[in-house]
Design a protein around this ligand. Structure first.
Ligand SMILES: Nc1nc2c(ncn2[C@@H]2O[C@H](COP(=O)(O)OP(=O)(O)O)[C@@H](O)[C@H]2O)c(=O)[nH]1
Ligand SMILES: [Mg+2]
Ligand SMILES: [Zn+2]
Length: 363
């Protein structure tokens, strides 16, 4: 395989190549981040994988902004290394899509990247747990926001005896989204999942812990690539599951497995209109274009709730998510302003230093 074909096999294409000119001029080569764990990266250059770390300059320039840092799925420019040792990542290439959530705990950074350059986002929810439609709506908003295509996988179908009922409940909260009923263990629905994969294409599995994401990845791989919570390791906890995000190159395509997220908070409202397309469309038929859907005459949304065609809980969930998104956007603005201020403080310090060096202290 030529080096170009090898890169294409892990998702490289002419659009990424077109943006690589200045990096190539700097003597750097493209690579894709396939794993990340506490700031240490593993990158794939088409031929092999190797450990990598970000350059001091990239770290400095990212200025604490998690979105400026490499993440699993990213294409990066790295210094060529021949010794097979640790490579240095100098830049992150412009992303085609990025799955982001609000960082639940870290107050210095607002955003956390789940995965980058993902074409299809499989939102996995298991049919043996109680279906949480509100959680699905939240995942859908995040997936739409990413720029990738959301697809819902209802897993563990072998444990469910009302799959048709559950499927229609889910379809009602996922306008325009394909819903696949699957069982990785019974080999059901796997063709529908596979239909979204092709060489060079990247898919990611997201969803709560224990819903069967790693089992799906193993079924696609045809072998035990990922540890699943069904397998007991003899450590004290007895369980060993996916703890890091990982991109696995398969013959059929590129697959990203993610650890379960306890919290999935919205970063902003970008994906909400798509996730709630039904409500969004209804709102365009309210009599007043600025209708607040409270007690205005001619409100199509209130009318739909009254005649039962719109579920009041879904409307309530939409409004809650909108409020959450607005709060989050305000918080983003605060963090962005602080980062901006830090940057200007650094710049003015260095300008002052420069002026002092040039003109002395008396100026
Ligand atoms: N019955 C059944 N169990 C499954 C299926 N898929 C996964 N499981 C089980 O669900 C548990 C969690 O699976 P895992 O893939 O680790 O979930 P993850 O945390 O989302 O990666 C394991 O015990 C799996 O064996 C399925 O299709 N049917
Ligand atoms: Mg897992
Ligand atoms: Zn209205």
């Amino acid at each position: 395989m030529s080096p170009m074909d090898a890169l294409a096999a892990i998702g490289w294409d002419p659009a990424f190549a077109a943006g690589f000119g200045r990096h190539a001029a700097a003597g750097h080569v493209p690579a894709r981040v396939v794993a990340e764990e506490r700031g240490s990266f593993t990158v794939h250059d088409g031929m092999t994988t190797r450990p990598a770390a970000v350059s001091g300059r990239l770290r400095h320039e990212s200025n604490g902004d998690a979105l400026a840092f490499p993440a699993v799925g990213d294409w990066v420019a790295m210094a060529r290394t021949d010794d097979g040792g640790r490579s240095t990542i100098h830049a992150v290439l412009e992303r085609r899509s990025v799955l982001v959530r609000r960082a639940p705990t870290d107050h210095r950074t607002v955003a956390q990247i789940i995965a980058a350059n993902v074409d299809v986002v499989f939102i996995v929810s298991s049919l043996n747990d109680e279906l949480n439609l509100r959680r699905l709506e939240r995942y859908l908003a995040v997936a739409w926001e990413s720029g990738g295509l959301p697809v819902i996988v209802l897993s563990k179908a072998d444990l469910d005896d009302d799959r048709d009922g559950h499927r229609s409940m889910v379809e009602a909260v996922a306008p325009g989204v394909e819903v696949i009923v699957a069982s990785a263990l019974a080999g059901e629905g796997m063709e529908a999942v596979l239909a979204h994969l092709s060489p060079g294409r990247t898919v990611a599995f997201i969803g709560s812990s224990g819903v069967g994401k790693s089992t799906l990845v193993n079924a696609l791989a045809g072998r035990e690539l990922m540890t699943t919570s069904g397998i007991r390791e003899d450590d004290a906890r007895g369980h060993h599951t996916t703890t890091r995000r990982q991109l696995v190159p398969l013959a059929t395509g590129l697959v990203i497995d993610t650890p379960g997220m306890r919290e999935l908070a919205l970063l902003d409202g970008e994906g909400l209109a798509s996730a709630f397309d039904d409500i969004d469309q209804l709102a365009t038929t309210c009599r007043f274009s600025d209708c607040g859907h409270r007690s205005e005459p001619g409100c199509a949304i209130r009318a739909a709730v009254a005649d039962g065609s719109l579920d009041a809980d879904r409307l309530d969930a939409f409004e809650r998510l909108q409020r959450e998104a607005r709060r989050s956007e305000r918080a983003n603005d605060v963090v962005a302003r602080q980062a901006e201020r830090r940057k200007w403080t650094l710049i003015s310090k260095s300008v002052n230093r420069h002026m002092r060096e040039k003109y002395g202290d008396e100026r």
